[in-house]
Every structure is written in structure tokens, then in C-alpha cells.
Design a protein around this ligand. Structure first.
Ligand code: TXA
Ligand code: MG
Length: 323
């Protein structure tokens, strides 16, 4: 049976909490993208996330908590992690920290690593679901593995509507930020940007007062330490061409800014606003992908949220055999 898709209200949230406590999956809105949630303390429930997404089991999951105090029950915070949590939680930031020995979180959320990724989401639906479930919620983006993340409930239904373990999609409209959370790790070398995302690097560096380290370039086994860094990810079915000033052949153009030529396509932000572009990115990629024509994409500046947008576009355009 396909999942139900209900507007997030007191009644559907109560049902969702019951489903999660019984080991089922619920997709829900966050301010970044829609998540595919399970009780993070239930091994079987967490395993069914990997099955529903077709996600490689070496790729660990983010655990969502209602507040910092709840997060401290599961991981050891460094002083810098404390500062970042105080500055950006609730919000679009994920911290990868050493697991506490006494955490009840399923080992599967860490995929064999001794760390766990934690996030306190700001969205009222995510917060209400955490309250209704009374459990930490493991939730990757609610899309088939390697595909474009969902920023609307309809995207979840398209991508995972056939996944038997998914019982309910909580619809709270389009996601405000539209890009996945920024992921920061704390290896011995120092705070490291594992995935650029909804919170720009500058904002994070302004809080900690120094530059973040870069995630090591990927090859072989190291690709598994932060698997979201896989070269091909967030990928539409059609071919993408980046840094295009105009479309060629039967391409449609995904534009940015006021200088987009008047051709077939969509504009991420006619005013050149990177936040607006981030919020539109995945929905527009999906829409153009459905047309089946190759997509040419105009250059996006590398500043602010542009770093995360370009990261997603590079992965979306990467050769698929690198998945
Ligand atoms: O905005 C978001 O982050 C959304 C919402 C639902 O919270 N979630 C999301 O989850 O994007 P997912 O699973 O699609 O991406 C999680 C990223 C992956 O790149 C994963 O490899 C990384 O976080 N990650 C999770 N746990 C990790 C760990 N222990 N060490 C290193 N990377 C980790
Ligand atoms: Mg994802």
C-alpha cells in the first residue's frame, strides 16, 4: 500500500508518533529538505530506512533531537561543537561527534563508525514529530539513494511512494532553505567541513573565529568516512552541463540572475539571490528532469550558499559510474 500523505496537524502528528514508536517510517518536513524518519533506537526500523532508499549500509544517518540537552545524551561535545550548537541550533547544521558509550542509539545509524551525526531541526513539524515520538529520529533525505533530495511532500511520494515501510508523509509545504544541512566533523586535526549546506561556511567560521578544514579528497576507503562525499549524488536522470552561458541543441537552460537569455528553461533567482536559488534548486532540477531534455546550467558564484549549490551541481553532473 502506498503511504498516506497528510497535512501536518495535531492528529496526523499523533499518528506519526505512533507509527515511529511501532517501528514504521514517516517522512516529514524540515527547514532543509524532507527527511525519512525512523526511531533511531530501533535497529529494525533504522535498517528499513536503508532498504527503502536503496542506500549503501556504509553511509551513516543523521539523528534528529529536540534540543542540545537531548543531543548531549548521545555524543561527546567538544568546546567548538558547543559553540556551534549554541549559535545554529535549532537549524540547518549537523555535528558529527564521538558516540557516547551509553547511548541507546542503534549502531546502524553510525554505519560502523565511532561517531554519530546529530542535528536539532528548527521546523515546527520536525519539532512536533520529535515530541510525539518521544524518541530520537534517524532521518536521511527522503529520496532514493543518489537522487535529488525532496523539498516538497509530492517529491517524497514520487521518490518513495512505493516503499512499503513508509507509512505516512507529513506535508508542511515547500522547505524554506531547500538544501541539506551543513555537516561539520571534529577529527583530531580540527573542525572540518564534511558537507557544505544550508548554513554558509562564512557564518560558521565567523562563530568559531578560524577556518574550517576541508574534507580529505576521496579515494577508495576514505570515501567511506564521509560517504555523502561520493562523487555522483543528488543526480537527475538527464545529462547536466555546468557553467553554461546559453543552451545548445535541445538543452533547456537553468539560469541564475538577471542576465539569463530569453530561452526555454527556468531561473533559480532572477535577482541573483543565492538563498532564493538554494530554495529553488532541487524542485527546478526535478521539474526539468521530468522534461527528459539535457540541462545546461548557468554559473553560480562560489560565495555564501553558492558553495553548497555548486557542490550539489558538481555531484549531480558527475559521471554516474562513480556512485
Ligand atoms: O538537511 C539534512 O541534513 C537532511 C535532513 C532530513 O536532516 N538529512 C540529510 O541526510 O541530508 P542524508 O543522510 O541524506 O545525509 C547525511 C550526510 C551524509 O553525507 C552522511 O555521509 C553524513 O551526513 N554523515 C552522517 N553520519 C556521519 C558520520 N558519523 N560521519 C561522517 N559523515 C556522516
Ligand atoms: Mg541525502
Amino acid at each position: 500500500m502506498p503511504p498516506e500523505c497528510l497535512v501536518a496537524d495535531a492528529e496526523s502528528l499523533q499518528r506519526a508518533g505512533d507509527i515511529l514508536r511501532a517501528g514504521g517510517l514517516v517522512a516529514f518536513a524540515t527547514e532543509t529538505v524532507y527527511g525519512l524518519g525512523a526511531d533511531a533506537t530501533n535497529d529494525l526500523a533504522v535498517a528499513s530506512i536503508f532498504a527503502a532508499k536503496g542506500r549503501p549500509t556504509f553511509n551513516p544517518l543523521i539523528v534528529h533531537l529536540p534540543d542540545i540537552a537531548a543531543a548531549r545524551e548521545h555524543a561527546t561535545f567538544t568546546p567548538v561543537a558547543e559553540r556551534l550548537a549554541a549559535a545554529f541550533w535549532p537549524g540547518g547544521l549537523t555535528l558529527v561527534l564521538p558516540r557516547r558509550a551509553d547511548t541507546p542509539l542503534s549502531l546502524l545509524v553510525s554505519a560502523g563508525l565511532d561517531t554519530v551525526a546529530l542535528r536539532v531541526p528548527a521546523h515546527e513539524t520536525a519539532q512536533a514529530l520529535l515530541k510525539a515520538a518521544r524518541r530520537p529520529i534517524a532521518a536521511p533525505s527522503a529520496n532514493a539513494s543518489g537522487k535529488v533530495s525532496p523539498t516538497e511532500a509530492a517529491h517524497v511520494m514520487e521518490s518513495l511512494g512505493h516503499a512499503g515501510a513508509l507509512k505516512l508523509v507529513l506535508d508542511a509545504g515547500p522547505c524554506r532553505l531547500g538544501l541539506e544541512s551543513t555537516v561539520i566533523g571534529f577529527p583530531a586535526a580540527g573542525p572540518t567541513l564534511l558537507r557544505p549546506g544550508a548554513i554558509a561556511r562564512d557564518a560558521i567560521e565567523a562563530v568559531i573565529g578560524f577556518r574550517l578544514l576541508e574534507a580529505a579528497p576521496l579515494s577508495g576507503e576514505t570515501g567511506r568516512a564521509s560517504p555523502g562525499q561520493l562523487a555522483s549524488h543528488y543526480a537527475p536522470d538527464v545529462v547536466l552541463r555546468l557553467n553554461a552561458t546559453h543552451s545548445e541543441g535541445d538543452e533547456v537552460l537553468l539560469g541564475f540572475g538577471p542576465d539569463m537569455p530569453a530561452v526555454d528553461g527556468l531561473n533559480l533567482s532572477t535577482t541573483g539571490d543565492l538563498e532564493e536559488a538554494a530554495a529553488h534548486l532541487f524542485a527546478m532540477l526535478r521539474q526539468l528532469d521530468e522534461g527528459g531534455r539535457p540541462i545546461a546550467i548557468m554559473p553560480i558564484p562560489e560565495t555564501g550558499l553558492g558553495e553548497a549549490i555548486n557542490d550539489r551541481l558538481r555531484r549531480a553532473a558527475a559521471p554516474r559510474d562513480q556512485l
